[in-house]
Design a protein around this ligand. Structure first.
Ligand code: GLP
Length: 234
């Protein structure tokens, strides 16, 4: 894609088409700067008539230590960018809890995902170091949904969202790679030259734990959309 905006629009179109074809689709949702324009497009699609009333959503991850109403929690992110602006009933959206004991929160989230059944379309961003959700380098392909420690690189990359001297939490609850890979289809988006190295490793490097995004190549129905800048190392 020529630029980030076109890439985000293409991702949003694919999600909107999934919902139009299957109004009760289970969507796996992602956070991060990359996804903000995707949600803006989906909110616009909703204003133009697309209903999410029967959709169910599951999110990839949440920071440990941030309650849902903390401005930097992924609960707040999702409310701000998407959930508050569309007609999804609140009880249809699952996001791990960051304000509980992390292992218990992960177990609870894994059980909710299990009960829900397979995700139809899982949206994914790619971390600067090749992480997906918060599955950092070193994660095997079959890792469960769990509490994790964040790498210094990931905490540094996400510091830009934390204003006023706040530190980025050191831990998170993340959907595991096993759960991500069990989705019926995957849709990944990478934009900007900061993602070029990760995307090149994911697509051309060895498939393995050094770059969890490389596991996308093992999925039978994965689409990766990227802008020209993110493709600059390919
Ligand atoms: C966070 C999220 C990931 C996301 C990544 C990239 O670490 N846990 O799911 O893909 O950030 O974020 P950004 O789009 O801001 O570069």
């Amino acid at each position: 894609m020529p630029d980030a905006e076109t890439a985000a629009a293409a991702v949003a179109r694919q999600i909107a088409e999934t919902v139009a074809a299957r109004p009760d689709a289970i969507l796996g949702l992602a956070t991060g700067g990359t996804m903000e324009p995707v949600y803006a497009h989906l909110v616009r699609a909703h204003c133009e008539g697309l209903s999410f009333a029967h959709v169910r959503t599951v999110n990839l991850d949440e920071y440990v230590g941030l309650p849902p109403d903390h401005p930097n929690s992924y609960h707040s992110y999702m409310a701000r960018h998407f959930l508050d602006h569309v007609d999804i009933p609140r009880e249809h959206s699952l996001i791990p809890r960051g304000d509980r004991e992390p292992e218990a929160a992960a177990r609870e989230y894994a059980a909710l995902l299990e009960r829900l059944g397979p995700v139809d379309l899982q949206l994914l961003g790619v971390g600067h170091n090749g992480h997906i959700a918060f599955n950092e380098p070193g994660t095997p392909v079959d890792a469960p949904t769990r509490a994790v420690r964040l790498s210094p690189e990931t905490r540094r990359a996400n510091l830009r969202f934390f204003a006023g001297g706040e530190t980025v939490p050191a831990e998170a609850v993340t959907m595991g790679t096993a759960q991500i890979m069990s989705a019926r289809s995957l849709l990944a988006l990478a934009v900007g030259d900061a993602k070029a190295r990760a995307l090149a490793t994911a697509l051309d490097g060895v498939i393995g734990p050094d770059c969890p995004a490389s596991y996308l190549r093992l999925h039978p129905a994965c689409t990766i959309i990227a802008d020209r800048a993110a493709c600059s190392d390919l």
